[in-house]
Write a protein that binds this ligand. Structure first.
Ligand SMILES: *[C@@H]1O[C@H](CO)[C@@H](O)[C@H](O)[C@H]1NC(C)=O
Ligand SMILES: *[C@@H]1O[C@H](CO)[C@@H](O)[C@H](O)[C@H]1NC(C)=O
Ligand SMILES: *[C@@H]1O[C@H](CO)[C@@H](O)[C@H](O)[C@H]1NC(C)=O
Ligand SMILES: *[C@@H]1O[C@H](CO)[C@@H](O)[C@H](O)[C@H]1NC(C)=O
Ligand SMILES: *[C@@H]1O[C@H](CO)[C@@H](O)[C@H](O)[C@H]1NC(C)=O
Ligand SMILES: *[C@@H]1O[C@H](CO)[C@@H](O)[C@H](O)[C@H]1NC(C)=O
Ligand SMILES: *[C@@H]1O[C@H](CO)[C@@H](O)[C@H](O)[C@H]1NC(C)=O
Length: 667
């Protein structure tokens, strides 16, 4: 950050003693040409399962949320939508289904990312689409725990072709393997396979990790340099490295933000949207995540631009990062260019300016304080911002003709907050000169773009927040808007709605469909036990009931008080009632089956037969039954297991089905 201390002192001296505004004049001109191409502000759905609950929202609320995210000139008006290419494995807040569970399977209607991309395009046909895998189905490894270059390229190209063929979606960018070591051969194979399939327009972003290795590789390998279009790094802390700039490639913060979406989170977002360019020359910034549509006690709660995780009530929150985004996106488009010479303000904060090459100019100024604009990562080195500074601009070149600039203003933290308000009258520009008073923690857009004054930018408040309703039942007979059952959030494996017309008592079921260990993304040893959680992480005294079918091998469970999800799912505690293919049952206090408390023989055949399991919990009493027959009732004594989700799942990656799920308060 600028050597503020010195400047601020000088500035205050001038103000106080001479009563003239600050010394510096910031020149914005197109003389000598414009700077880098602006590639847009984006949001990331997935990585993983972060939009899971949105698809189940009732109308009109679901469309309203989509409007706040994508509709031009409305809310965030995002310019890029990045999505996970589902890989059948946990990828942070859940697992997303793959379009190819096996080598001979292709299905382009699973999950909600296709739907989300269509909805985004419907609202903004110009929005750019970007796909990136986190995990892969096991077969892509060809027997290895790492993806095979040829198989992976084919797999990814199928996803891009499927997007076009089935949904009419043109994918603009594709990435490599999220935050993992990449294989240079794969990147070259991917380019060749894209070209062989008439996908020359699809650009490669590499490598969704840090700056160094990809920059070194691109500098050292002219063939690689030819096939990498954009260098994307994650959580760059607004900085890139000289070598990344030397590649001559556009630099992106291809994943950033990841901060709780309160006013400070919005201020973090506003600061990095400007400073990623000012400090690091990044021309796109993409927020993880797009919308917090996952349960609140999954990892990184509410780290989305807004929150919509109550489909049962319709409640959603238009959080401040939406309005921070609007400051840039309402007054620019991808393809505009940054002006050269933008940077820091003497009193702290930063300014960027963008132009459309036809005379329009948009200036975004932020003066976010260190205290109130920290992002989750990385550490923000200390700096200071003047409470107030007068900033003088001079417009040169084509911009000298500008006579006035419209002003949009936000202040997310502290007193007198404002959210994306137009401030009248517009600033008068005289002979290319104007001044603006910039206050700490404030965000300003000054622009030639005139918006219709009375454009509605708000819907009425969404319905009141409400707890997950009990009793809750699902017989999985549809209709559904997704391949997944409403409200269930897969944490390992993939559970899909399944129809078996020759099974009159169980026509519609939910079926665990991943039958091979995937190539995982989670580092800390994922679980082999597929599990899908549902409900409220605060549930204590609930009864969970479900019919289960172990098709051929393995086992099935119902669970209560499941205390976590995400990459740590393997350590989940709770009450788990299992039946196994060897006709035994068990009660365990953990998903990993390390703590089996009770076990016995079922006296019935498990494989190929439906069994009804009931698991009651109340205080420290837990009781289980199979097919109406009590298996156990016991007092747990003092246990760390206190509250959590209901869940269903299977022992391992085998086909298991579920039907007639009920969760209710224990009577
Ligand atoms: C499906 O979507 C519609 C809105 O298009 C919504 O009203 C309905 O509740 C949804 N159904 C399910 C099962 O999610
Ligand atoms: C600015 O943008 C508007 C709207 O896109 C356009 O109509 C206009 O011609 C552009 N140029 C100037 C100088 O305003
Ligand atoms: C808000 O106003 C109150 C009362 O005037 C003051 O004490 C407080 O310091 C202000 N807070 C901030 C963050 O400016
Ligand atoms: C694709 O998967 C969905 C969800 O499981 C299913 O409803 C649909 O029938 C499948 N389509 C094909 C062509 O297999
Ligand atoms: C479908 O139902 C029939 C008749 O109950 C049964 O034999 C078959 O195993 C079922 N298929 C699956 C995949 O569940
Ligand atoms: C769960 O309980 C915590 C602490 O009691 C509370 O703050 C939170 O709002 C509750 N969450 C839900 C979803 O009810
Ligand atoms: C199964 O049979 C054994 C031996 O007869 C008996 O002890 C056990 O209680 C039975 N279990 C169930 C669930 O009926």
């Amino acid at each position: 950050m600028a050597s503020c201390a010195k400047h601020c002192v000088a500035y205050l001296f001038l103000l106080g003693v001479l009563s003239v505004p600050a010394a510096s004049v910031y020149t914005l001109t197109d003389q000598g040409g414009l700077g880098s191409r602006f590639d847009g502000v984006g949001g990331l759905s997935g990585g993983g399962a972060t939009s899971r609950l949105l698809v189940s929202y009732p109308e009109p609320y679901r469309s309203q949320v989509l409007d706040y995210l994508f509709k031009p000139n409305f809310g965030a008006a995002l310019q890029i939508l990045k999505v996970e290419i589902g890989g059948d494995a946990q990828s942070t807040d859940g697992s997303e289904p793959s379009h190819m569970h096996s080598a001979d399977d292709q299905n382009y209607t699973r999950g909600y990312e296709w739907w989300l991309m269509r909805e985004a395009k419907k609202r903004n046909p110009g929005i750019k689409l970007y796909g990136l895998p986190w995990a892969f189905p096991g077969w892509v490894g060809g027997g290895e725990p790492y993806p095979d270059p040829e198989l992976t390229a084919e797999y990814v190209i199928n996803w891009i072709l499927g997007a076009k063929r089935v949904h009419g979606l043109t994918i603009d960018y594709v990435g490599i393997w999220n935050e993992k070591e990449y294989d240079v051969t794969y990147i070259k194979t991917l380019r060749k396979t894209l070209d062989d399939n008439d996908l020359g327009h699809v650009m490669i972003v590499a490598a969704d990790g840090d700056w160094l290795r990809i920059s070194e590789d691109v500098m050292a390998d002219p063939e690689l340099a030819k096939v990498v279009d954009t260098i994307g790094a994650h959580y760059p802390g607004t900085n890139s490295i000289p070598m990344a700039r030397q590649t001559g490639k556009p630099l992106w913060a291809s994943e950033d933000y990841s901060t709780f979406n309160d006013p400070k989170g919005a201020s973090c977002w506003a600061r990095i949207l400007n400073q990623n360019y000012v400090n690091g020359h990044m021309t796109s910034t993409i927020a993880w995540n797009l919308v917090a549509s996952y349960y609140d006690n999954l990892p990184y709660p509410r780290d989305g631009l807004m929150t919509a995780n109550q489909p049962w009530s319709g409640h959603y929150e238009v959080s401040d990062p939406i309005w921070a985004t609007a400051h840039t996106t309402h007054f620019t488009s991808p393809g505009w260019q940054y002006l050269n010479g933008v940077g820091h303000l003497d009193g702290g904060g930063s300014y960027v300016a963008l132009a459309d090459g036809k005379g329009n100019l948009t200036i975004v100024i932020e003066a976010m304080s260190h205290q109130y604009s920290k992002c989750v990562r990385p550490l923000l080195p200390p700096y200071s911002v003047a409470p107030t500074q007068i900033v003088n601009f001079r417009l040169g070149g084509a911009f000298e003709k500008i006579t006035h600039l419209y002003v949009w203003f936000s202040k997310f933290v502290g007193n007198s907050t404002a959210r994306f308000e137009r401030r009248d009258p517009p600033i008068k520009v005289t002979g290319g000169h104007f001044s603006v008073e910039v206050k700490e923690n404030c965000l300003y857009t000054l622009t030639t773009i005139q918006k219709v004054r009375n454009t509605p930018t708000n819907y009425p408040d969404s319905p009141a927040s409400a707890p997950f309703p009990l009793p809750y039942k699902d017989n999985f007979d549809g209709p559904a808007n997704s391949s997944e059952a409403r409200y269930f959030a897969d944490q390992t494996g993939v559970f899909e709605l399944f129809v078996n017309d020759s099974s009159p008592d169980h026509v519609g079921t939910m079926r665990q469909v991943v039958t091979e260990r995937p190539i995982f993304w989670c580092k800390k040893g994922p679980t082999d036990s597929p599990i899908s959680v549902v409900g409220d992480h605060n549930w204590t005294d609930v009864t969970v009931s479900c019919d289960v079918l172990v098709e051929r091998q393995g086992g099935a469970f119902v669970a209560a008080r499941v205390d976590r999800g995400g990459c740590v799912i393997k350590d989940a505690l709770g009450f788990f009632l299992w039946v196994f293919a060897d006709d035994t049952w068990a009660l365990s206090y953990d998903l990993a089956l390390k703590n089996i408390v009770k076990a016995g023989k079922l006296n019935a055949t498990v494989v190929g037969q439906w069994h009804r399991l009931d698991l009651y919990s109340k205080g420290d009493t837990v009781k289980g039954s199979a097919n109406g027959q009590v298996l156990f009732e016991l007092k747990t004594g003092p246990l760390p297991i206190k509250k959590g989700f209901a869940a269903i799942g299977s022992l391992d990656f085998k086909h298991v089905q579920f039907d007639n799920f009920v969760v209710d308060r224990t009577k």
